[in-house]
Write a protein that binds this ligand. Sequence first.
Ligand code: CA
Ligand code: CA
Ligand code: CA
Length: 230
Amino acid sequence: MKKRYVVSIVLFLLVFPIIGFSSTYTFTDDFNDGNLNGWTSIGANHWENSGDSLQSSSWDYSTIVLDGSNQASEYQSITVDAYFDIHDASNSNRIAQLRLRTESSWGNGYLADFQEGGLYLYAGGGEIARFSYASSPIIDDSWNRLRFDVLGTGSNTNLKLWVGDSVYLDFDYNNTNLINDTGFSGLGRLIEYDNVTAISSDNAPVPEPATMLLFGIGLLGLAGVSRRKE
Ligand SMILES: [Ca+2]
Ligand SMILES: [Ca+2]
Ligand SMILES: [Ca+2]
């Protein structure tokens, strides 16, 4: 019986650091309810929750953002479906822009620019990295899942740009001069969006499922050993 208590305490101490100190804020919107509660428009407002998606009516650099007041600083991520209509004259420049740690004066912060030919990454208004696809993963006349992650702060900041399940740009950046460590998440440019998830956390993202599975097997093994000893 006492050993069982000891095992329980050991298990608690192993699991507690993972769940105990993590503060994570998650915002989701499927744009199906027709209102933009939780969103703030910066600059000119060209945004409309029309039908079951978010649409912009202008090429203007207008941005719609989530309030940054309760966003944590260590890890931020925004994932969204964007509808690309390209390959015709009027829509050839259609671009999706995802923003993280952006300020109310939205010239600051990080901006990820998703284009058919490649990816562009900006900080504080200047380009810091770019990637050209060998073969574009962006599909015309289709929904493409995009994701932008920022992990770490200051001189130890990592930025990742995803299309679908693949990371296409993985960039370490020293932002000591910018100090873009908190702020809003946002979406911009003339494009249609749906199914957004924005996460901010005091911790690095949770371990991959495979890692959690190994961890779980380890715990079961520990429990089994203690049971045999009894
Ligand atoms: Ca809504
Ligand atoms: Ca929707
Ligand atoms: Ca098209």
